[in-house]
Design a protein around this ligand. Structure first.
Ligand SMILES: Nc1nc2c(ncn2[C@@H]2O[C@H](COP(=O)(O)OP(=O)(O)OP(=O)(O)O)[C@@H](O)[C@H]2O)c(=O)[nH]1
Ligand SMILES: [Mg+2]
Length: 443
């Protein structure tokens, strides 16, 4: 997600970091580059132009400051403006106090409404809320069946009347939820190929009939500017409370995500990042910008780390790191924990200071974790404790024992050395101690 934007900003920032002072000419040059990067990512033309204008104004206005490194100051300006562009603060669902809360989903055909109903239901259930979904897409024969299946996969009931009147179906679903004291009703409506009058009228009628707490516009993030255009049409017809951009796991260039809030004034509340029921992430502008700008999504990483790291084990590890007795046994354990956190590329990419370029040198094939375990298991205890004693003949023996090539064993030993180095480096980073420890899996 946003890989292209991330790579391009990475190179702009590399130039900026070296700047001893900010001059008119480097403001001009950087502005031109940013504009090009945004347009290439399919960001709305007007949005890109205004963005660059604001960055330029601020950069010119802060030329005199001497206390911060000029280049970094410039980077901070770009960072802040991008956060503002994406909506500044995370906007969670607002479900009000009445029961049931009603969520209406609207959007074009194939945008991901039905899938997203299931994802939202899954999320709400995790928050201990009871959920009912209603099948108000009565036009496509398979639509009801699809929602029923989605419901089964997340263990949420589906209200349906077959091919009835969508407005009546929604009203009845809300009544049913009221009777059964259900917390939230999610209404899955029909999509059309293009924004058309009839469809708008129907969804408006539904909105009037059930006065939803949330009217969420679901847009296919892969469609770039089209998503922005249809969002404009929908927000003119309905009092939208939020947007959900789907399919950002694909090769979406990010343009829709960057433009949609400022064009429509409607905040992005969630993004869809997989087809699965847990593939929905709250949209937090600050986090996304940190990801795009390669500053590392520390918060996400910390959360992931927290969910898998065993505390007692971590304490032992902390001591070992302090005493410099961290060895290949611990390395094996660490790799196991990394494996639990998700694909390695993704995890490493979230670490501050670890941009994609740095990762290119390191092989992050997930299968390698299994092989690595095999190699370490073929070592003697003293070899694991002190890998420096592993000479040529020991390497040959380990290779035979593990069924992996000597070259791979060399690579592993190199990787281990790299990891030790990385930990040392992280130890020196200027981050709050508890945060740093969490990133290193220490608490
Ligand atoms: N990769 C990926 N696929 C998604 C995501 N969200 C939805 N999809 C896929 O997009 C396709 C369409 O999704 P639906 O949920 O059926 O879309 P819809 O808006 O309900 O479509 P209609 O009911 O025809 O209007 C399905 O194949 C989904 O699996 C996502 O976040 N990532
Ligand atoms: Mg659908």
């Amino acid at each position: 997600m946003f890989n292209q934007l991330a790579d391009r900003f990475d190179s702009i920032f590399r130039n900026l970091r070296g700047l001893g002072k900010i001059t008119d000419s480097n403001i001009q040059q950087t502005s031109r580059e940013i504009r090009r990067v945004l347009l290439e990512a399919d960001v709305n033309f007007k949005v890109a132009k205004e963005f660059v204008g604001r960055v330029k104004d601020r950069a010119e206005g802060t030329k005199v400051l001497k206390s911060v490194k000029p280049g970094e100051q410039f980077i901070k300006i770009i960072h802040d403006e991008l956060v503002t562009l994406l909506g500044k603060d995370a906007k969670p669902l607002e479900l009000g106090s009445k029961k049931p809360a009603v969520i209406l989903m609207a959007g074009l055909q194939g945008a991901g409404k039905t899938t997203t109903c299931g994802k939202l239901a899954h999320l709400l259930k995790k928050q201990k809320k009871s959920v009912l979904m209603a099948a108000a897409d009565v036009y496509r024969p398979a639509a009801i069946e699809q929602l029923v299946q989605v419901g089964q996969s997340v263990n949420v009931p589906v209200y349906e009347q077959g091919a009835g009147d969508p407005v009546v179906i929604c009203q009845s679903a809300v009544e049913e939820a009221k009777a059964s004291k259900t917390d939230v009703v999610i209404l899955d409506t029909a999509g059309r190929l293009h924004v058309d009058g009839e469809m708008m009228t129907e969804v408006q009628e539904i909105a009037e009939a059930v006065s939803p707490d949330e009217i969420l516009f679901v847009a296919d993030g892969m469609t770039g500017q089209d998503a922005v255009n249809s969002a404009e049409a929908f927000s003119a017809a309905l009092p939208l409370t939020g947007t959900i951009l789907t399919k950002l796991d694909g090769d979406a260039r990010g343009g829709a995500a960057v433009s949609i809030t400022s064009v429509t004034g409607v905040p992005i509340k969630f993004i869809g990042v997989s087809e699965k029921s847990d593939g929905l992430e709250p949209f937090d502008p600050k986090r996304i910008v940190d990801r795009i700008l390669g500053l590392g999504d520390v918060v996400t990483l910390v959360e992931k780390a927290q969910s898998v790291v065993d505390e007692d084990q971590a304490k032992v590890l902390e001591k070992k790191l302090k005493d410099a007795t961290f060895d290949l046994n611990d390395f094996k354990d660490q790799l196991k924990q990394l494996k639990q956190m998700g694909p390695l590329n993704q995890i490493m990419g979230m670490m501050p200071g670890m941009n994609r370029k740095m990762l290119k040198g390191i092989d992050l094939d997930d299968r390698q974790l299994v092989w690595t375990e095999a190699i370490i298991s073929s070592m003697t205890p003293s070899e694991r404790t002190d890998p420096t004693i592993i000479d040529g003949s020991r390497r040959t023996r380990i290779s035979k024992g593990s069924g992996r090539s000597v070259q791979e064993i060399n690579q592993l030993l190199k990787q281990f050395a790299q990891m030790k180095k990385m930990m040392k480096k992280m130890g020196k980073m200027k981050l709050p101690k508890n945060l740093k420890n969490q990133m290193m899996g220490l608490n």
